[in-house]
Design a protein around this ligand. Structure first.
Ligand SMILES: Nc1nc2c(ncn2[C@@H]2O[C@H](COP(=O)(O)OP(=O)(O)O)[C@@H](O)[C@H]2O)c(=O)[nH]1
Ligand SMILES: [Mg+2]
Length: 332
C-alpha cells in the first residue's frame, strides 16, 4: 500500500485551518502503529497541542442500544444552533472482535455526518485499551485545534473503556433506561461515582411515566452518596433522543457544571491531573509496545510459549526473565 504522508507543516497548518481532509489524515497518522508514522505524529502533536484545549469535552456511556448515537445526533442540533462546531469520537475496544458497530453508528448520525459543522470519527483501531485511549485523546486534541468547540466521546458500557474516557473529558454522562421494577438493581456503584449526570433516555410515548419514576428513584439513591470533591452532586434527567425532549435541560446542566467548575478552579485542576495521568499512560503504552515489538523479545516469547502453556516453565519466572532481558537490550 502506498503511504501517502504530508509534511509536519502541512498537517499542522491544515488542522489549524480546520481542513477536514487534513484533520482526517492527521488522525489516521496518530492511529498508525508504524514507528516512522509515530515519530511524525509526535512532531505534529507537539505543534498542535498548544492550540488545543478550548473545547468542552463530554463523555457519554451506556449499554448498547440505550440511544447514545441518537442522543448525540439530536443534541447536535442544539449545539449547532448555539454556534458550536461539534466533533464526535466513538471508542469501542470490542469493535474489532465483534466486527464493528461503528458503521451502524455512523449511519445513525446521518444528519450530523452531512453537516459541515460536525465531524464524526469512528473508534481508532487498536489492539490494546491503552492504545485506543491514547489515540482517542490525540484525535480529540486534533479536533480541538481544528476549531471544534464541543467534543463528544461515545463509549460502550464495558468498564475499562469508561475509565479511560472519564480520564480525558470534563463531563461524563451515563445514559440509562427505565427498567421494569427495581430501578436500583442495575446500578453499578463505580459507574455512578464516575459520572456527573444520569440521563434516563427513551422518555417518550408509553415510557414517560416509567422514566420519571426512575428519575425520582435514582435521584433518591444518589442522595446517599457524598458530594464529590468538586462540590457537584450528580444530577438525574430524563430525555428522549427521538423527540428531543429534555435535551435543552441536559445542555443547560452541562453549561452550569462548566461554569461552576471554572469558578471553583476544578476545571483547570482536573485537566492538570488528567495531563499527568496521560503522561503515565503514555509511558506504559510506549514500554508495552516497544517490548512486544522488539524482535529479540518476540523470538524469546515464541520459543518459550509452549513451556509456559504446558506448565514446564513458570509464567512468573519467565515474565521476569523477559523484562530483565529487555532492559539489557540496546534498542538502537
Ligand atoms: N423511543 C425511543 N427510541 C430511541 C431513543 N433513543 C434511541 N432510540 C432507538 O434505540 C435504538 C438504539 O439507538 P442507538 O442510538 O444506536 O444506541 P447506542 O447503541 O447507545 O448508540 C435505535 O433504534 C434508536 O432509534 C429515544 O429516546 N426514544
Ligand atoms: Mg452508538
Amino acid at each position: 500500500m502506498k503511504r501517502n504522508r504530508l509534511s509536519v507543516d502541512q498537517y499542522v497548518s491544515g488542522v489549524l485551518k480546520g481542513d477536514r481532509m487534513v484533520l482526517s489524515r492527521a488522525i489516521t497518522l496518530v492511529e498508525s502503529t508504524l514507528e516512522s508514522d509515530q515519530l511524525l505524529a509526535e512532531k505534529v502533536m507537539e505543534q498542535v497541542i498548544p492550540h488545543s484545549g478550548k473545547s468542552i469535552r463530554i463523555g457519554i456511556t451506556g449499554v448498547p442500544g440505550v440511544g447514545k448515537s441518537t442522543f448525540i445526533e439530536s443534541f447536535g442540533d442544539i449545539l449547532l444552533e448555539a454556534g458550536y462546531k461539534l466533533a464526535v469520537l466513538a471508542v469501542d475496544p470490542s469493535s474489532q472482535r465483534s466486527g464493528g458497530s461503528i458503521l451502524g453508528d455512523k449511519t445513525r448520525m446521518e444528519k450530523l455526518s452531512a453537516d459541515k459543522r460536525a465531524y464524526i470519527r469512528p473508534s481508532p483501531a487498536g489492539s490494546t485499551l491503552g492504545g485506543v485511549s491514547a489515540k482517542t485523546r490525540e484525535a480529540m486534541l486534533l479536533c480541538e485545534a481544528a476549531g471544534f468547540g464541543v467534543i463528544f466521546i461515545e463509549t460502550v458500557g464495558v468498564g475499562q473503556s469508561e475509565i479511560a474516557v472519564r480520564g480525558m473529558v470534563d463531563f461524563f454522562l451515563l445514559l440509562m433506561l427505565a427498567g421494569a421494577g427495581d430501578e436500583l438493581q442495575g446500578i453499578k456503584k463505580g459507574i455512578i461515582e464516575m459520572c456527573d449526570a444520569l440521563v434516563i433516555n427513551k422518555a417518550d410515548g408509553d415510557n414517560v411515566e416509567a422514566a420519571k419514576r426512575a428519575q425520582r428513584e435514582y435521584a433518591n439513591a444518589l442522595h446517599l452518596f457524598p458530594a464529590k470533591e468538586n462540590g457537584w452532586y450528580p444530577k438525574v434527567k430524563v430525555s428522549s433522543a427521538v423527540t428531543g425532549d429534555g435535551l435543552k435541560e441536559v445542555w443547560q446542566m452541562i453549561q452550569e457544571y462548566i461554569e461552576k467548575m471554572m469558578s471553583n478552579g476544578f476545571f483547570e485542576s482536573n485537566r492538570a491531573s488528567q495531563r499527568v495521568n496521560w503522561m503515565h499512560e503514555h509511558i506504559r503504552y510506549l514500554l508495552e509496545s516497544r517490548f512486544y515489538q522488539n524482535p529479540k523479545i518476540k523470538e524469546l516469547i515464541s520459543s518459550s510459549l509452549e513451556d509456559v502453556r504446558n506448565g514446564n516453565a513458570s509464567a512468573i519466572a519467565f515474565g521476569r526473565l523477559l523484562v530483565d532481558n529487555f532492559i539489557q537490550i540496546k534498542e538502537r
